[in-house]
Structure formats: C-alpha cells, structure tokens
Design a protein around this ligand. Structure first.
Ligand code: FCB
Length: 427
C-alpha cells in the first residue's frame, strides 16, 4: 500500500485515562474523579488515581512511541491541572507538565497533537451546572486561551473537543459517564453549548498559534438498516448520533429529521445559532470503531470486540466517502482500535492476533478511501497503552502495549510490532 507523503502515523491517549497523579502539583478535582469514586459507577470500583502513571513515566512512554516509529502523538490536557477550579486561578505547575511533555515529544521528532477537552471537566464547574450552563462557553474559551498562549506554535495541532456525542448523550442522557445526568433536555442543551464553545474557541487558538492546524474530533458509527422496514429508523439514528454534531460543524445547521423527531425536547435552544458553529477548520478528526445496524437479528452480526462493538471496516470507508460529499476539510482518523481479552505476556510479548487483524483491515479500508479520492492525512491507533476505559475501568484493554497494573510495567503486544512494521513499510 502507498500512503500520501507526510502521512501522520500516530497513537492516541487522553489525560484521565493514563496520567494518574490526580492530587499532584495542584491539580483540582475533575468530574471523572468524582464519578469513579462514587459507588457503583465504574466496574470493580476502578478509578484513575494511578492509571498508567504517565504523569511520571511520560519519558518512558515517548520511548515506546519512538520504538513504533510514529511521527505524531495525540494526547489531551487535563483542564483541572491548569485551572483547579475551572476558572480564575492558574496552576502553573499544571502547565509545566504539558510543557515538558511537548518538549520531550519535539526532541523525539514526534508532533504533539493536543486535544483540549477529553471529558475531565473541573468538578467546580460541574457544581455550577457544567456544560448545561451557557457561561461555560466563556470558561472554555479562557481555558483554551491559557493553554494555547503557553504552548503556541510548539503544538502544531489543536482539537477543541473529543466526541461531542459521548459527552452529551453518555454523560447527560444515559448517565453512564460523568457527570451521570439522565435528562434529555439537558443533554441537548449541553450539545448546543459544546458546539458553540468549539466555534468560539477556534479564533482564539488561531490567534495564539497562527501556524497550527485547528479542528475537532467526532466519533461516528456507520449506521445501516437491516432491511427496508428499518430505513427510516436508520436515517433518524444517523441524524441523532452523527449528524447532530457533524452538520452544525460542517454545514451550520441541525439535521431537520432529528429536529422534527426531538420536538419539545429542544425547546429553549435557539437552533438558528447552529449557523455560527460552522467556522472554517483545518482538519476534521474522525474516531471510528463500529457499525450500528437498525433492526438487526443477532445472528446477522459480524465478529465483535470485547466491548461488543461490531467489527466492520467497510464502515470506515463509507463514512469517509460521505465526508468527502460534505466537502469536509482534510480528515485525520484520530482514533481506531479494539479491546480484546489479552492473554498474559509470555517471553516479553502479548499475542493479540485479533487486534492485529482489526488494525490491518481498518488500515486497508482507509487506504481504499484514499484511493477513492478522500483527503485523509493521518491515522492514530487507540491506544498506546492499556488504560482506564471509563465505566469499564481496567477491564477493557485497548493498548498496543500491555500494562501490568500491579507493576505498571509496559510490555509490547504483537500489534505494536505489527504497527511498527506497517509504518516502516508504508511510510
Ligand atoms: C472513544 C474515546 C476514548 C476511548 C475509546 C475506546 O470513545 O474517545 O477515550 O474510550 O473510545
């Protein structure tokens, strides 16, 4: 396979899932600290207090990246490290950490790719209503300003948000993620404020980092109907899950099918504000994991990962073709990967043939999309390390490096060797 010149090969992580050190150097409490320490919210009572201890072990982790031969690393900044109470007093030690991380990456010739918000909101802001409070647009813009002032063009890539859909629905409709709210009206208000926060932070990032690429990361499932009788259902599911976020960002409007369906749930939201959301972006980040088939009989399902997510590489191909129709800016696959119950390491390696097959097939689908004319500029595996997988705690391993959570030792999986060789052959 041949990939475009200067293709970005990377791995992705996020702050709460790997950093640990939750009470160190002045970090404030996040909604995930609160949520994971609330009985019954996370599998086995797991939490991110220590996680992979990346806060202390980042030099070692950057050496793992060098072993892979990647040229980009996507990480997120923990807002409560920078502003322990979400706004007001700045914690310089928090900024210092990301400063060291960025310098260390640059020394290793790895591009730092920074996501401002990957779900760890300062608890103090949640206490003021969090994303449901419209004032958060200003709080987020101030935070974006502080981070990008400090790091500026040393970071050449900023994403405002990771996965608006998960923040809004998993956190505020189903309550399965922090802050654990179950309220449809709030969920759509949150979605609206997230979109506005994104669009208002972009000009700030541009000013502080004039040479950086600025964009956002959205997750999408490829949605299909099992048969004709489920067509309408599939269109609606796609409109709610994918287009509710993509359409404002790329077209400046909410999808009308979903607006009609949601009806009074949306009352109080000025939907015409979607026009302001479609600010020009330098990239569109797509996280892809699975297909959703409406009306599907269990026997029709293709193989599934341990998350019970259906493995469907063609879905990536189809979603990329649609983004081309949307005239999206250059696309980066900002996450793709799989959890499987890995066996313990033997002789210093973990054999994970299913993950290798998953990555291989998705890279093939990606390559086909590029051949079909889709402008894809990079691919990031989720994830570098096994880590805190939100409500599943440490029971779902997504890493291409295995983490022994007793000793915190990192051990390569076969997929790490696969990815290294793939990059070497195709770069
Ligand atoms: C995505 C998240 C990421 C990780 C993967 C498995 O939805 O962005 O943090 O949990 O799923």
């Amino acid at each position: 396979m041949s990939f475009p010149q200067d293709f970005w090969w990377g791995v992705a992580t996020s702050s709460y899932q790997i950093e640990g050190a939750v009470r160190e150097d002045g970090r404030g409490e996040s909604i995930w600290d609160r949520f994971s320490h609330t009985h019954g919210k996370v599998w086995n009572g797991d939490n991110g207090d220590i996680a992979c201890d990346h806060y202390h072990r980042y030099p070692e982790d950057i050496r793992l990246m060098q072993f892979l031969g990647i040229n980009a690393y996507r990480f997120s900044v923990a807002w409560p490290r920078i502003l322990p109470y979400g706004k007001g007093q700045i914690n310089s030690k928090g900024l210092d950490f990301y400063d060291r991380l960025v310098d260390c990456l640059l020394e290793a010739d790895i591009r730092p790719c920074l996501t401002l918000y990957h779900w760890d909101l300062p608890q103090a802001l949640q206490d003021l209503g969090g994303w449901a409070n419209r004032d958060i647009i200003g709080w987020f813009c101030d935070y974006a300003d502080i981070v990008s002032r400090r790091l500026g063009d040393r970071v050449g890539w900023y994403a405002t948000f990771n996965e608006l859909e998960v923040i809004a629905y998993r956190g505020h409709l189903q309550g399965l993620h922090a802050p654990g709210i179950q309220d449809a009206k709030i969920a759509y208000q949150v979605a609206h404020h997230l979109l506005l926060s994104h669009s208002q932070a972009v000009p700030i990032l541009r000013e502080n980092a004039p040479h950086a690429s600025i964009g956002i990361v959205l997750n999408q499932n490829y949605v299909e109907a099992a048969d004709e009788s489920h067509e309408e259902e599939a269109i609606l599911e796609d409109a709610i899950k994918n287009r509710w976020f993509m359409d404002p960002i790329l077209k400046g409007e909410y999808p009308s099918e979903a607006v009609e369906h949601l009806g009074t749930i949306l009352s109080g939201i000025d939907l015409t504000e979607a026009k302001q959301v479609a600010v020009p972006l330098d990239f569109f980040g797509l996280n892809y994991y699975m297909r959703t088939v409406m009306g599907q009989h269990p026997s029709q399902k293709l193989p599934m990962t341990q998350m019970e997510w259906e493995v469907y590489p063609d879905g990536l191909y189809y979603l990329l073709l649609r983004l081309k129709d949307y005239q999206a800016p250059p696309i980066i696959i900002t996450e793709n990967g799989a959890a499987y119950p890995d066996p313990p390491p033997i002789d210093g390696v973990v054999e994970d043939p299913q993950r290798v097959a998953y990555l291989e097939k998705h890279l093939d689908a990606l390559h086909r999309a590029i051949e079909a004319g889709v402008d894809v500029r990079g691919y990031f595996v989720w994830s570098l390390l096994d880590n805190f997988e939100w409500r599943f705690g440490y029971s779902r391993r997504f890493g291409i490096f295995y983490v022994d959570f007793q000793t915190l030792q990192r051990i390569p999986k076969r997929s790490a060797y696969f990815y290294r060789d793939f990059i070497e052959k195709n770069a």
